[in-house]
Design a binder for this molecule. Structure first.
Ligand SMILES: Nc1ncnc2c1ncn2[C@@H]1O[C@H](COP(=O)(O)OP(=O)(O)OP(=O)(O)O)[C@@H](O)[C@H]1O
Ligand SMILES: [Mg+2]
Length: 346
C-alpha cells in the first residue's frame, strides 16, 4: 500500500482498552482507555493510553487520570476525541493520515441517545475522510466469524471490562439484545474485597487485575493450591506494609460470585427469547467474545453452568476492532449494516 493510499480503520473504543485494526495489517495497537490531564484544566492533556495508565494510583495532586469511556459510553467528549486522535495517529504512524481513511468505531448497544450523540461528536472531530458507528456486538460477531448473514439466530456474549453484551443476531441485524453494565472488572473488585476480608491486605486495582490474569481460573482444577504468589500491600488493620501468600484457589473462590451472577444473567436472557430462536441456538451454542473471555477456564465453566456449547476464538479481545476494520474496508458490509439499522454514517 502506498504512502498516500487510503484504507479501512477499525477502532474498538472500549471502557478498558482502545484497540485499533488497519486494513491489510490487522491489529496494530491496544492501549488502556485513559487520559492524564491537569486537574485545574482538563483540556490540557499530558498523556494518553499506556503512558497515562502508568500513573494509576500514583497521580500527584495537580493531575488527574480520566477514563473518558465509562460503561461503554463516552463520558467526556473532548478527552474521548483526544484518545481517538492520538492513538490512531500512533497506530497509523507516518504511513497515512486519518483524514485519508474510512473509520468505523464501535458503539455499545446499551448507549442512550445522549451518549450516542457524544460519541458521534468525538468521532466526527477525529476527522476521518468518512466515518461510521456500528453496534459493537455486530462488529464482534463479524470479527469472530459468526454467520450473521444467515436467516437463523446466533447468540453472542461479549464480556468487556465494564459491560457485557448478550445479543442474538440474524440476517445482518440484531433480533434481541441485553446489555449488563458489569464485566470483567467486577472480578477485579471481587478479588480486592476477598483479599481484604480473608487476608487482611489492601491491594490496588492494578494488582487485582494482574492476579486475575496470572492466577485466575474459573474452573476448580487440582493444581490451584500449588500456584501461588507472595503479595505486598498494606495491612487493613494497622495500615503498615505487609506481605501475604495468595494461591490460585483464593482467586478462584474470590471470582465465583461475579461469575455466577454473569451466568445467571445470560441464562435469564436466553430463557426470555422466543422459542424459535432458542431452537436455532441450541445446536451451535453461544459464541463468546471480549477480553473477559480470556479468563482461564471461563468458556468451559460458562458452558457447564448454562448447559450450552460455548465457542471461543483465538483472540476474543480483538473481535470488535477486527470487525470494525472489516466493515470499514467493505462497501457491501457497510450498506447491509446500514439497512439493518446497525450502522450509522456520520
Ligand atoms: N488473560 C486474561 N484473563 C482474564 N481477564 C482478562 C485477560 N486479558 C484481559 N482481561 C480482561 O478483559 C477486560 C478488558 O476487555 P476488553 O478489552 O474487551 O474491554 P473493553 O472493550 O475495553 O470494555 P467494554 O466492552 O466493557 O467497554 C479487562 O477487565 C481485563 O482485565
Ligand atoms: Mg468491548
Amino acid at each position: 500500500m502506498g504512502v498516500f493510499s487510503s484504507g479501512g480503520v477499525g477502532i474498538d473504543l472500549g471502557s478498558a482498552n482502545v484497540t485499533i485494526c488497519l486494513e491489510n495489517e490487522g491489529i496494530v495497537l491496544r492501549e488502556p482507555s485513559y487520559v492524564l490531564t491537569l486537574r485545574e484544566d482538563t483540556d490540557e492533556i499530558l498523556a494518553v493510553g499506556r503512558d497515562a495508565r502508568l500513573m494509576l494510583g500514583r497521580t500527584p495532586k495537580d493531575v488527574v487520570l480520566v477514563s473518558p469511556i465509562a460503561d461503554g459510553a463516552v463520558g467526556n467528549i473532548t478527552l474521548a476525541t483526544a484518545l481517538i486522535q492520538q492513538l490512531s495517529d500512533k497506530a497509523l504512524g507516518k504511513r497515512r493520515a486519518l483524514e485519508k481513511n474510512r473509520l468505523v468505531v464501535s458503539m455499545s448497544q446499551g448507549c442512550t441517545r445522549v451518549e450516542r450523540t457524544a460519541l458521534e461528536d468525538a468521532v466526527r472531530t477525529a476527522g476521518a475522510r468518512r466515518s461510521a458507528l456500528v453496534r459493537s456486538s455486530v462488529a464482534a460477531a463479524i470479527g469472530a466469524g459468526v454467520p450473521i448473514e444467515e436467516p437463523r439466530g446466533s447468540l453472542l456474549v461479549c464480556v468487556g471490562g465494564s459491560t457485557t453484551d448478550i445479543t442474538i443476531l440474524s440476517m445482518n441485524g440484531v433480533v434481541a439484545a441485553r446489555t449488563l453494565r458489569t464485566g470483567s472488572l467486577s472480578l477485579d473488585e471481587a478479588i480486592t474485597r476477598y483479599i481484604r476480608r480473608e487476608k487482611g491486605l489492601v491491594i490496588g486495582q492494578r494488582t487485582a487485575e494482574d492476579l486475575k490474569i496470572d492466577l485466575g481460573n474459573a474452573l476448580r482444577t487440582p493444581t490451584l493450591m500449588r500456584q501461588k504468589v507472595t503479595l505486598r500491600g498494606r495491612d487493613a488493620a494497622s495500615g503498615k506494609p505487609s506481605t501475604v501468600e495468595i494461591t490460585a484457589a483464593d482467586i478462584h473462590n474470590a471470582i465465583q460470585p461475579p461469575l455466577e451472577a454473569l451466568a445467571e444473567n445470560i441464562r435469564d436472557a436466553f430463557e426470555n427469547i422466543p422459542p424459535e430462536l432458542a431452537e436455532d441456538i441450541l445446536p451451535q451454542g453461544l459464541y463468546l467474545s471480549g477480553g473477559g473471555a480470556l479468563l482461564e477456564g471461563f468458556a468451559d465453566r460458562l458452558g457447564e453452568m448454562l448447559g450450552l456449547r460455548v465457542s471461543l476464538g483465538e483472540n476474543p479481545q480483538d473481535d470488535v476492532a477486527l470487525g470494525c476494520c472489516m466493515i470499514a474496508s467493505s462497501d457491501r458490509l457497510m450498506q447491509k449494516l446500514a439497512q439493518s439499522g446497525c450502522l450509522v454514517e456520520i
